[in-house]
Ligand binder design. Structure first.
Ligand code: ZN
Length: 465
């Protein structure tokens, strides 16, 4: 009999989550994410999968983030024909996110091919297109939390709320083969307690083996309350000025948290003095998906969002769908709060708003999310005096504020607590973290709760039976 798991992605790194579970003759993939980072890292997405895509019987997807879902269109393009099981909210979010990723791929390749043609080089193919994304989405089967599904012979699945983004799931897998059975729990990405909008991550009591993420395994976050107070401070300070506030935000998650926090504190923060713009087609679509899934929110957010479901969450919120509506914002010199993507200022409408505002001393830029190395957002946070927007050098004169602590990932203490809620300290394999984070978390689990902890190596196969 065979029951094992093999780690192909997010082993010793953060992105490209992908693990394969084998139960007898059945093969199940946990996530199929995109590798993100520098050019060399991203080039690895084009390489052949370390397994034959047509030999995979089913995929279970933990959540919609692209580093977990982003190679599913490629998997289908290369021969996978089975179902993709995921929470129904993750399926809906993937509809937005995978299509958007396909669109960006097409645009990138078009640009690259024009250059290549001029050099007399052969044309290259997009990793996947919008059409490939649509084909892959046809394989998605939406599930709900806390219900058991027999997804393959000998494989039963139950999803629980991971509290990380809408629809994010912890997977419990009951695996049976040749009279043996094992229960595997995969954390997916775990969220934090008391996050705005989402429920807390659920704890699981029983497992024979745990596979756990460790993104922030070496860090302790600031409390939500401190971060929210900081955000209020920035808004208060900016009220006295004569400029606009720009908030670059990730379309899924951070945007909705910010809208919710502003709605909740509308009067206390004096937000009626501002015009608030949501200027990102993808964030608008994602917000609509949030509104359709109010039942997944925590009680406080559900009550508010529900009350407002007939009208916008904020009375002075303007939704900018079309490019014309977006361009009209450029005329406004003061009193606007503009939420736009992309979250790291590498593309999207935020770049237009930067062009019109960042050189003005009276404006404010509020950074609310992680800024990766090499991005425009990171350069601004690091204090650069000029940024390049299209072919133009633009001065950075606006006040830049960084609100830390708004992460959607569990920190070291929460990861430890989540693991400790399992009965009998089952063996745990750490994935989805950089070396330092994994080492720190591993040491703490070892030292404080004597956990049998192990770090996944790329390609490593672990027998579970
Ligand atoms: Zn994630």
């Amino acid at each position: 009999m065979t029951i094992n798991i093999q780690f192909f992605g997010a082993a010793g790194e953060v992105t490209g989550s992908c693990h394969m579970v084998t139960v007898g003759r059945q093969r199940l993939l946990l996530d199929c994410g995109l590798i993100q980072g520098g050019r060399a890292d991203e080039a690895r997405n084009q390489e052949p999968f370390p397994f034959e895509p047509s030999s995979i019987d089913a995929v279970v997807l933990s959540h919609a983030h692209i580093d977990h879902s982003g190679r599913l269109p490629l998997l289908v393009k290369r021969g996978f024909r089975g179902p993709v099981y995921t929470h129904r909210a993750s399926r809906d979010l993937c509809r937005v996110m995978l299509r958007d990723a396909g669109f960006l791929n097409e645009k990138d390749v078009e640009w690259e091919n024009r250059k290549r043609e001029r050099k007399g080089l052969e044309r290259i193919e997009a990793l996947f297109t919008v059409e490939d994304a649509k084909l892959a989405l046809g394989h998605f089967k939406g599930l709900v939390y806390r219900k058991k599904y027999e997804i393959l012979p000998g494989v039963t699945l139950r999803l629980s709320d991971a509290g990380h983004i809408l629809g994010s799931s912890i997977m419990e897998l009951w695996l049976e083969n040749g009279g043996k059975s094992r229960k595997l729990v995969f954390s997916g990405d775990l969220g934090r307690f008391d996050m705005p909008v989402l429920e807390d991550p659920e704890t699981i009591r029983q497992a024979d083996h745990v596979v756990m993420e460790s993104t922030y395994g070496d860090r302790l976050h600031r409390s939500w309350d401190d971060s929210i107070a900081e955000f209020h401070g920035v808004l208060n300070h900016a009220t006295n000025g004569r400029g606009n506030i720009l908030i670059p935000a990730f379309a899924v998650g951070r945007t909705q948290e910010i809208l919710y926090l502003m709605a909740k504190n509308y009067e206390a923060w004096g937000l009626d003095r501002w015009l608030i713009f949501l200027d990102s087609p993808m964030a608008i679509e994602a917000t609509e998906i949030f509104t359709q899934n109010v039942d997944l929110f925590d009680a406080e957010a559900a009550e508010m969002w529900h009350e407002n479901s007939k009208e916008p969450l904020l009375p002075n919120l303007q939704i900018s769908r079309t490019p014309e509506q977006s361009m009209a914002i450029n005329q406004i010199r003061k009193g606007a709060i503009i939420i736009a993507g992309s979250g790291m200022c590498t593309g999207g409408r935020i770049r237009h708003h930067l062009k019109h505002n960042i050189w003005r001393r009276e404006c404010h830029l509020v950074i609310t999310g992680f800024q990766a190395r090499g991005t425009t957002g990171r350069a601004i946070v690091d204090g650069t005096r000029h940024i390049r927007l299209w072919r133009e050098e633009v001065r950075v004169a606006a006040e830049v504020h960084t609100i830390g602590g708004l992460s959607a990932h569990a920190d070291q203490a929460t990861l430890k607590d989540w693991y400790t809620s399992f009965k009998g300290r089952p063996p745990v394999t750490l994935v989805h973290g950089e070396e330092r984070a994994i080492k720190a978390l591993s040491d703490r689990l070892h030292r404080e709760v004597s956990a049998p902890v192990h770090t996944a190596q790329p390609g490593e196969l672990l027998e579970l039976a």
